[in-house]
Design a protein around this ligand. Structure first.
Ligand SMILES: C[S@@+](CC[C@H](N)C(=O)[O-])C[C@H]1O[C@@H](n2cnc3c(N)ncnc32)[C@H](O)[C@@H]1O
Length: 185
């Protein structure tokens, strides 16, 4: 399964342009006032690095993890272009282990594997922030996405309820449908 994912994403990213763009997702950019500007950040399934690079630009020592070598190469190139540095690590989230209480900031955008929710929460330091945004079930009206890749209504809210939720929304408009969350541990 994962080697197929790796091939698929490597192939997708093998174009000179940044298919998801170079700017961070709006949910992160619009709430960047919450970022403390120091400490360690982790971007999970970081793709071509737009959000990891934004964290680095905001003062975090940032680790970007993804299964795609091409994505990680583009992430490093984007960091160079923006004059910051990030660390990258080739990680298969199907078999993922990470230190507990290690990160001040965790980002996860446009990726869903429910099995890693407990790991994400334990990897966050007390007082650390998480930003999460991904597709909801409403997105199936617009795309032939797999059912397992979309959140149920309120699922993200329920999954992180033991943290202090600072922001949550569900959006379904103009062919896009996703949930966004910000929480503090
Ligand atoms: C839709 S992209 C999102 C990229 C990035 N978060 C963003 O929003 O720009 C999904 C990412 O998940 C990564 N991915 C898929 N399966 C993975 C796995 N098993 N382990 C690690 N990364 C994986 C892909 O390589 C891809 O970069």
């Amino acid at each position: 399964m994962s080697s197929k994912d790796k091939e698929k994403w490597n192939h997708r990213y093998e174009v000179p342009e940044y298919i998801t763009g170079k700017e961070p997702v709006e949910w992160l950019k619009d709430h960047s006032g919450l970022l403390k500007g120091k400490g360690s950040a982790l971007d999970i399934a970081s793709g071509e690095g737009r959000n990891a690079v934004f964290a680095a630009e905001n003062g975090y020592q940032t680790l970007a993890i993804d299964i795609s070598t091409t994505g990680l190469e583009k992430a490093r190139a984007l960091a160079d272009e923006k004059g910051v540095s990030i660390e990258t690590q080739l990680v298969d989230l199907d078999n993922w282990k990470i230190e507990q209480n290690a990160f001040d900031l965790i980002l996860c955008f446009n990726f869903l594997d429910r099995r890693i929710f407990p790991t994400i929460k334990s990897a966050l330091k007390p007082g650390g922030l998480i930003f999460y945004e991904t597709f909801t079930i409403d997105y199936l009206k617009y795309s032939s996405f797999k059912r397992e890749w979309v959140l149920e209504h309120n699922e993200l809210l329920d999954a992180f309820r033991e943290l202090h939720i600072l922001g949550y929304r569900e959006v379904d408009t103009n062919g896009k449908a996703f949930a966004s969350l910000i929480a503090i541990k």
